[in-house]
Design a protein around this ligand. Structure first.
Ligand code: KG4
Ligand code: ZN
Length: 339
């Protein structure tokens, strides 16, 4: 039987809609918001307003691109949280109204669970390798850094997380110190390609177990640059590539080392990464190398499913649809993680 689910994502600054046929994506449309660039970060009020403007055209494009009529849909899934409340409200309200108008079931989706289940989005040929249960997933985004143990599609447990900044935040803050535009992660990644990762050493946080901390690293990076600028006002400009490569290596080493520890502790060798920072080229390379050395099966998302997208909301919608896990019209979004 074919099941068609519309997925809607509006948790931060991307408005996205996707249509899925069982576990295969028919359309995944995205409207990025450029309005935040000049502020060096996402401005929540502007994000909600842009979502309001984008949501109808984005859903319309997704339906057109999928070749599916809205009357063929079986359910509407949407991001309930975590994220910016004003942004979430736009997607939630739209999803509720659309479901009501079409008399369809409504499915709420947790954004972080969606980043992980993006690994189950199958390609047109059905040839994509998907993880076996149980597996570990390191979710690294602008707002979260977690190691999650996944026992089944909808059964997962966080076994480690950051106690302060997220990995993406560490990239973005380091980029800001270097005067790079927001979001800084991709900028650092680009500059690092021509830099020496061993030129500068930054202290790695020593946090027990499977938890992370990145705020100390940001502070030592800031102080280091401030001191160097006192002697040489052109220090950043002259060392942009090496600084980017060195801070990137430090962040990625921390992440990989914790994943190795998580695999040792759990005995699990099926290992995935998810979230915006999983687009990082060094992260992808290091995970592949580590997997080869330690005999892991590694799962690295296609680039289009690393940052926020509605395809991942639609795939969770599909698995919840199979379980008839529906919600009702009284549902409200949540800004913070429920776990
Ligand atoms: O998952 P995501 O799109 O949004 C959240 O749910 O937060 O992640 C966005 C984060 C930003 O911090 C961005 O700088 C980071 O992912 N990011 C990267 C790269 N691409 C995106 N960080 C490092 N290297 C990249 N190539
Ligand atoms: Zn995300």
């Amino acid at each position: 039987m074919k099941t068609y689910i519309l997925g809607i994502e509006s948790s931060c600054d991307d408005t996205s809609a996707a249509v899925i046929e069982n576990n295969k994506i028919l359309a995944n449309i995205m409207a990025n918001q450029t309005v935040h660039k000049k502020y060096g970060g996402v401005v929540p009020e502007l994000a909600s307003r842009a979502h309001q403007q984008n949501i109808i055209p984005v859903v319309d494009s997704a339906l057109k691109a999928s070749g599916i009529s809205k009357h063929q849909l079986n359910a509407i899934s949407f991001t309930r949280g975590p994220g910016l409340l004003g942004s979430l409200l736009v997607g939630t309200s739209f999803a509720k109204s659309f479901a009501l108008a079409l008399d369809l079931p409504l499915i709420e989706v947790d954004h972080l669970q969606a980043h992980i289940l993006a690994h189950f989005i199958q390609n047109k040929e059905g040839s994509k390798k998907i993880p076996d249960f149980p597996f570990l997933c390191l979710t690294i985004s602008g707002g979260h850094t977690q190691i999650v143990l996944i026992n089944d599609y909808l059964e997962m447990k966080i076994i480690g997380k950051t106690i302060d900044d997220a990995a993406g935040e560490a990239f973005d803050k380091a980029a800001k110190i270097l005067g790079l535009p927001y979001p800084g992660g991709p900028e650092i990644d680009k500059l690092a390609k021509d830099g020496d990762p061993n030129r500068f050493a930054f202290p790695k946080p020593k946090i027990p177990d499977l938890n992370f901390s990145f705020s100390g690293l940001k502070t030592s990076f800031l102080y280091f640059i401030r001191d160097e600028l006192k002697h040489n006002p052109d220090f950043i400009e002259q060392n942009k590539n090496d600084l980017s490569a060195s801070i990137q290596k430090t962040i990625i080493d921390v992440l990989i080392n914790k994943l190795i520890l998580a695999s040792k502790k759990t005995g699990i060798t099926e290992v995935a990464i998810a979230g915006g920072v999983s687009a990082n080229s060094l992260m992808r390379k290091k995970l592949t190398e580590t997997g080869n050395n330690l005999n892991w099966n590694v799962y690295i998302p296609d680039i289009e499913y690393t940052t926020d997208n509605a395809a991942m909301i639609a795939i969770v919608g599909y698995y919840k649809y199979l379980k008839k896990d529906f919600t009702d019209q009284r549902i409200t979004p949540y800004a913070r993680s429920q776990g």
